[in-house]
Design a protein around this ligand. Structure first.
Ligand code: GLU
Length: 471
C-alpha cells in the first residue's frame, strides 16, 4: 500500500472552472500513478463567499471529468467529515494549543483601526501589514478585554527574524525572510478559522502526503510551514502547479476564455478531450501522441516535467483535439452522445415553448435552434447589417459585467439589468435588444429575447458578449 494521499480542496464560492479541473487532474494523476488515495475536502469556512449550490456543482464537475475520489463528503471515509464547517472543534483545539504555546495571540483591534492603519501604510508606500499592536498585550489586558466582550481574532506570531525555508517539488528550495511575513489571522471573530489554519490542521489530520495546488498559494506556504512547526507537525511535500494562461499569457480569465466547465460542456467539448488537453499543456505526460487515453496518461505521468512557464489554454487547439475525439468515436458512441448529451429530452422540452409556433416543418428546427447548440458559432458579422450605435460596445461591456454578477438567472432579473443599462445610456429598447438578440442568436427574428437569454444561461450569453467585446 502506498502512503501517497493527495487532496482536492476547493472553496465552494462559485462554479467549477478549468483551473479547478487542472488542479484536480494533477492530484488525480499523482494519486493514481502512485497507487495512492485522492481525497475531496470542501473548504467552506469563508461564510461570506459561500454559494449554496457550489458543492454540488464541484462534485458534478469532477464526475463529468471522470475524476473519481476515494474519500469525500458524498462518499465518506476514515477521516470524515470532509466539510471544514463540520470540523470546527478541531480548529478550536489547535487554536488553544497555539495560544497555550504562545505561538498565537488574541487581537482586539477594530476594523476601523485596521483600516486607518492600512490607509497610512498605503500613503507611505509601505506594504499594508498588521503592526502587531496586540502581540505584546499583557495576560491581564487580554483577560479584561475578553470580560468586556470585545470581539477578537487570533493571529499567528510570526518569527521576527531569520528565514523560513521550504521545498517545492518543482522549484526546489525556496526561502523567505520572516521580516516579510505578516501576523496572519487564524481564527476570525465569527469563530470560523481562515483557510491557512483549517488547511494545515486538516492536511495533518487527513494524513495528506503531498499538497498539490495552484501557484497562487506559493506565497502562503511559508506561513503554513511556520504553523506546522508551531503545532508540532511535520509538513507534507509541496508541489505548486503553474497557473493556466490566456493566449496573451495573462492569467486565465473568463474575459478571454470559456473557463466554466459548464460552458465548455455547452460548447460541445467532450470531458475526455478536455482532460487530455489539460494534461498535454501541463506538459507532465511522457507521450508522443496528442490523443492519449487515461491509462496511458497515468502510466506516463511524470510530474517533474510539468511546464512551469505557464501552460496556455487555447480554445482553437482544444477544439482540434475535441475533433480527434469525435473522429475516433465508434458509431454507437457517436449516436449515444448525440442522443444523451446534445438532443436529449430535457433540452428539447426547454426549446419547445420557444420554437413551437415558428416551424412550418420540422426541418426548420435545425436552423432555428442552431444558436442553442452551437456555442462556438460567431454571430458578429450579422451585427453589421444593423448599423448599431457607436456606444454599443461600452454598453454591452457594462451589461456583460452586470449579468456576470447576477446571482439568480431569471428573466425578471435579466430584464431589470437590461432596463438599467438602457436608461443609464439613453438607449431605446430596440437599440439594445436587437443587437443583443443578433449577438446571442445570430438572427433578427429569433424567438423572444428574454426567454432565449434565460434558456441559454449566463455562461453562454456572457461568453458570446465577451467574444464580441474582445474583437
Ligand atoms: N481552498 C483553496 C482553494 O480554493 C485550496 C488551496 C489548497 O489546495 O491548499 O483553492
Amino acid at each position: 500500500m502506498s502512503d501517497v494521499r493527495v487532496r482536492i480542496a476547493p472553496s465552494p464560492t462559485g462554479d467549477p472552472h478549468v483551473g479547478f479541473a487542472f488542479t484536480a487532474l494533477f492530484n488525480f494523476l499523482y494519486a493514481r500513478s502512485n497507487g495512492g488515495k485522492l481525497i475531496f475536502r470542501l473548504e467552506d469556512t469563508d461564510r461570506a463567499r459561500l454559494r449554496q449550490d457550489s458543492e454540488r456543482r464541484l462534485l458534478e464537475g469532477l464526475h463529468w471529468l471522470g475524476i473519481d475520489c476515494d474519500e469525500g463528503p458524498d462518499q465518506g471515509g476514515m477521516h470524515a467529515p470532509y466539510r471544514q464547517s463540520e470540523r470546527l472543534p478541531l480548529y478550536r483545539d489547535s487554536i488553544a494549543t497555539l495560544l497555550q504555546g504562545r505561538h498565537a495571540y488574541r487581537c482586539f483591534c477594530s476594523a476601523a483601526r485596521l483600516e486607518a492603519l492600512r490607509a497610512t501604510q498605503r500613503q507611505q508606500k509601505q506594504t499594508p501589514r498588521y503592526d502587531r499592536h496586540c502581540r505584546t498585550l499583557s495576560p491581564d489586558a487580554v483577560a479584561r478585554q475578553e470580560r468586556q466582550g470585545v470581539p477578537s481574532v487570533v493571529r499567528l506570531k510570526m518569527p521576527l527574524a531569520g528565514t523560513t525555508v521550504f521545498h517545492d517539488e518543482l522549484r526546489g528550495e525556496l526561502s523567505v525572510a520572516n521580516s516579510q511575513l505578516d501576523d496572519a489571522v487564524l481564527l476570525k471573530s465569527d469563530g470560523y478559522p481562515v483557510y491557512h489554519l483549517a488547511s494545515v490542521v486538516d492536511d495533518q489530520a487527513m494524513q495528506i502526503s503531498h499538497v498539490i495546488r495552484a501557484e497562487e498559494w506559493l506565497s502562503s506556504t511559508p506561513k503554513h510551514v511556520v504553523l506546522y512547526e508551531a503545532l508540532g507537525f511535520t509538513p507534507p511535500r509541496f508541489l505548486h502547479l503553474p497557473i493556466l494562461r490566456n493566449r496573451d499569457h495573462s492569467k486565465i480569465s473568463k474575459r478571454k476564455n470559456p473557463v466554466a466547465l459548464r460552458l465548455l460542456a455547452q460548447l460541445g467539448i467532450l470531458p475526455a478531450a478536455l482532460v487530455n488537453y489539460l494534461a498535454l499543456i501541463g506538459g507532465s505526460i511522457e507521450h508522443d501522441h496528442e490523443v492519449c487515453d487515461r491509462d496511458t496518461m497515468i502510466k506516463s505521468f511524470a510530474p517533474q516535467r510539468l511546464n512551469l512557464g505557464g501552460p496556455v489554454f487555447d480554445m482553437q487547439k482544444l477544439l482540434w483535439l475535441n475533433q480527434q475525439y469525435i473522429q475516433n468515436m465508434d458509431e454507437d458512441a457517436f449516436v449515444q452522445h448525440l442522443r444523451e448529451e446534445v438532443l436529449n429530452d430535457t433540452k428539447l422540452r426547454r426549446i419547445y415553448p420557444l420554437l413551437r409556433t415558428r416551424l412550418e416543418n420540422f426541418a426548420q428546427f435545425f436552423a432555428k435552434a442552431a444558436f442553442f447548440f452551437d456555442g462556438v458559432q460567431d454571430y458578429q458579422a450579422q451585427l453589421e447589417t444593423l448599423q448599431p450605435r457607436d456606444e454599443l460596445p461600452q454598453v454591452l461591456a457594462d451589461l456583460c459585467a452586470r449579468l456576470e454578477n447576477l446571482t439568480v438567472w431569471t428573466q425578471a432579473n435579466i430584464k431589470a439589468q437590461l432596463q438599467a443599462v438602457q436608461q443609464e445610456n439613453g438607449f431605446k429598447t430596440k437599440e439594445l435588444y436587437l443587437p443583443l438578440r443578433v449577438l446571442v442568436t445570430g438572427s433578427k427574428d429569433s424567438p423572444e429575447l428574454l426567454p432565449v437569454l434565460e434558456l441559454l444561461g449566463r455562461e453562454l450569453v456572457t461568453y458570446r458578449l465577451r467574444c464580441f467585446l474582445n474583437r
